[in-house]
Design a protein around this ligand. Structure first.
Ligand code: PLP
Length: 445
């Protein structure tokens, strides 16, 4: 094999080279076709090779591809910020553009801290998060994340932020009702605030539905109402991390819309540009901006590529495309269809313990024993087996196991492009069923 100069995720793993993509399909240099059943990392939301986006990108390139945000603004960035204020719930009217979801959550964290500083409360600087969560890979974002595998090498360098349980009814309910679980989670939040002191906590951050660290873990309709009530009582901002769940993925424009709670700050990324270019945003409410606008007038963050016009024009074209083709509705309808089909498979399967999620964000958890919910032996690496077996069949699925602790379940996420048709869902499910049978044959004998 010719040598590589590229540092890839696993250095001794062979990664086929993709030559092109079209719609929900990707093609490698050997001519193999893959259904992009996970939109990559839950990102390629409108599918591959969409001509309207390519045209919009070329159009912007002809005008200008880069200006420095400390010197100029551009029509593309202004229009994108306006569009986001229109599609975001409540008064989330202000966008700070960055390049990745990690930067978006970290910027959200900094803005939350700055909000309290502007109001004269300088000790409010910690962020409460949940121990099954993923908010990004940079040090600030990782400090807020409860993803054991991604944290463990850097643990000593991370901030020790307070952390509470995630809503994981599949394992927590049973001996308790869902309502009792929710009350327990809210009490935990309150206890943690009292332990650390409300004067030290700036914000509570949560993914509406937990992605990489849980496999589309979905809270009840009441969960966020109860959590937000605690936040309000102790003057703590609520940051929704919509990096994975935002922009139609769950069958609503933003995941929090399912739960009737409007965050003070929202992070979004991934599907915002559907992967056509790197861009993400911290979207800030009028309430949070007010003391900053009346105070220092500066949000102390920013990157060279922040508000990049090329990326902004691309993202705007993607958001317009989603609206024009009713893709949020398609996510709700074909997502429900996909979940139903996977649930049918689960009834037959001896190793699918739980199927969850909303819209085209479907989590599947695997267990050795469906009755006891016992997880597979860690050495077996069941998630990897499932991912590899699907890969063999030409179907990409997203691994979502956060730790080696034996408590966190083994799950994958199915999150195909929001453009997927019913027939394409059927094709996806057929491939998934073959891969599932192959893994069952191997692990059950
Ligand atoms: N937040 C959530 C919920 C995510 O799922 C991710 C990535 O998977 C991130 C933040 C980090 O985003 P990025 O990988 O673009 O830095």
């Amino acid at each position: 094999m010719t040598r590589t100069y590229l540092i890839k995720p696993v250095l001794d793993h062979h990664y086929p080279a993709i030559t092109h993509g079209e719609g929900i399909y990707l093609y490698d240099s050997q001519g193999k076709q893959y259904i992009d059943g996970s939109s990559g990392a839950v990102t390629a939301s409108i599918g591959h090779g969409v001509q309207e986006i390519i045209d919009a990108m070329a159009e912007q390139s002809k005008k200008v591809s880069f200006v420095y945000r400390s010197q100029f603004t551009t029509e593309a960035a202004e229009q994108l910020a306006k569009k986001i204020s229109e599609i975001a719930p409540g008064n989330l009217n202000w966008s700070f553009f960055v390049n990745s979801g990690s930067e978006a959550t970290e910027t959200a964290m900094k803005i939350a801290i700055q909000y309290w500083q502007e109001k004269g409360m300088k000790t409010k600087s910690k962020i409460i998060s949940r121990w099954m969560s993923y908010h990004g890979i940079t040090m600030g974002a990782l400090s807020m994340s409860g993803h054991i595998q991604r944290r463990e090498r850097f643990e000593l360098m991370l901030e020790s932020y307070p952390s509470i349980s995630a809503p994981y009814y599949y394992r927590d309910a049973g001996h308790r009702t869902i309502t009792e679980c929710d009350d327990f989670y809210a009490q935990q939040l309150e206890k943690e605030i009292l332990r650390v002191g409300k004067d030290h906590i700036a914000a509570f951050i949560a993914e509406p539905m937990i992605g990489a660290a849980g496999g589309a873990l979905t809270p009840s309709d009441e969960y966020f109402l109860k959590m937000k009530d605690v936040c309000d009582r102790y003057e703590i901002l609520f940051i929704a991390d919509e990096v994975m769940t935002g922009v139609g993925r769950t069958g609503k424009m933003f995941g929090m819309e399912h739960f009737n709670v409007i965050p003070d700050i929202m992070a979004t990324g991934k599907g915002m540009s559907a992967g056509y270019t790197p861009i993400a945003a911290a979207v800030v409410s009028d309430k949070v901006m007010e003391p900053i606008l009346n105070g220092s007038k500066i949000v102390m963050s920013g990157h060279t590529f922040s508000a990049n016009p090329q990326s902004a024009a691309t993202s705007l074209a993607v958001l317009n495309y989603i609206e024009k083709h009713n893709l949020v509705e398609n996510s709700a309808v074909n997502g429900a269809y996909l979940k139903g089909k996977i649930r049918e498979l689960a009834e037959e399967s001896e190793i699918i313990g739980d199927v969850r999620g909303k819209g085209l964000f479907v989590g599947v958890e695997f267990v050795e024993n469906k009755l006891t919910k016992k997880t597979f032996d860690r050495g077996l690496d069941i998630v990897n087996k499932i991912v590899e077996a699907n890969f063999e069949e030409g179907l990409l699925v997203y691994p979502a196991n956060a730790g080696e602790d034996g408590l966190t379940g083994d799950a994958i996420i199915l999150a195909p492009p929001l453009t997927i048709t019913k027939e394409e869902v059927d094709e996806l499910v057929r491939k998934f069923a073959v891969a599932l049978r192959n893994v069952e044959r191997e692990v059950l004998g």
